[in-house]
Design a protein around this ligand. Structure first.
Ligand code: MN
Length: 284
């Protein structure tokens, strides 16, 4: 199932003919529009069969006729894995690296950090560059959306807590400030266009993805190269904090990160999950 948030934060599920089944009414009318996806995921066990029924006879608009928003506009917690690919570690600290000669460690040392949920944007938005004189990089990542509350979950059972996957960009200002600050500017976490439910992804340990800027390929990898794979990330983070339905984990970026500037167009393609196209603009 491919799940969307569109127009006035309505909920949609994609049918085979490319139209959307409008499933907004499956969640309570009392729910704030931006929290509807969280509600859908929270009650998924009860609602999934109704969503499947709606997809068989879609009543909603065609996808190209709507404004596609971030599919999950407001996770309670947005977590991210720092330096979770060895070749990315090498490029950051190596000769000519962003932090040349610095002692760059890996996720085994850094564990994780939190991004502000307010940094999320979607295909309807743009990556806004806040300071013209500072380097801002793209980081191509696979986002994991939590489905069932996870507290101290061992890796063997971790995938039972995954709702789905989403293309995710972890946009970053380089510099000396804390990661959470540098990666939490408004628009610095584009996600979408859809959340794809876990049943559609045959092997989360080998999700291929690639990123291009202005048509030129910059990053290409697969989750096979993660230092901490997805079950290990859920084990690690749920040991510290309770993960709730709708929370998102950014799993880390491979080698090939590089600067972006106003006027660029970034395209992230995650195999079997979707393609996210984002323009880059100066902050208005
Ligand atoms: Mn990252």
């Amino acid at each position: 199932m491919r799940l969307y948030t569109f127009d006035d934060y309505r909920l949609g599920a994609q049918a085979d003919d490319g139209r959307l089944a409008d499933i907004t009414d499956l969640v309570s009318a009392d729910i704030a529009p931006r929290d509807r996806m969280t509600a859908l995921i929270t009650h998924w066990d009860r609602l999934a069969s109704q969503v499947r029924g709606a997809v068989r006879s879609p009543s909603g608009p065609a996808l190209f006729d709507v404004t596609v928003r971030a599919p999950q506009p407001r996770p309670r917690t947005l977590l991210a894995a720092p330096v979770n690919y060895l070749r990315h570690q090498a490029e950051m600290g190596g000769d000519g690296g962003v932090y040349a000669d610095a002692d760059i460690k890996t996720i085994a040392s850094y564990a994780g950090f939190v991004k502000a949920s307010s940094s999320i944007t979607g295909p309807d938005g743009a990556i806004e560059i806040p300071f013209p004189d500072r380097r801002v990089d793209h980081e191509a990542e696979v986002g994991v959306v939590i489905g069932r509350r996870a507290s101290r979950v061992p890796r063997e059972r971790a995938l039972d807590h995954v709702f789905g996957y989403v293309p995710l960009l972890d946009i970053t200002i380089r510099g000396e400030e804390d990661r959470s600050y540098r990666k939490s500017f408004d628009t610095f976490t584009p996600i979408g266009p859809a959340i794809v439910t876990a049943d559609e992804i045959p092997d989360p340990a080998d999700i291929a993805f690639r990123l291009s800027v202005n048509g030129q390929e910059r990053q290409k990898s697969t989750t096979r190269h993660l230092i901490y794979d997805i079950p290990r990330l859920i084990e690690l983070y749920s040991e510290a904090m309770t993960l709730e339905p709708g929370d998102i984990i950014a799993t880390g970026t491979p080698e090939g990160v590089g600067p972006i500037s106003p006027g660029d167009q970034v395209v992230l393609t995650v195999e079997g999950v979707g393609e996210l196209t984002m323009p880059v603009v100066e902050r208005p």
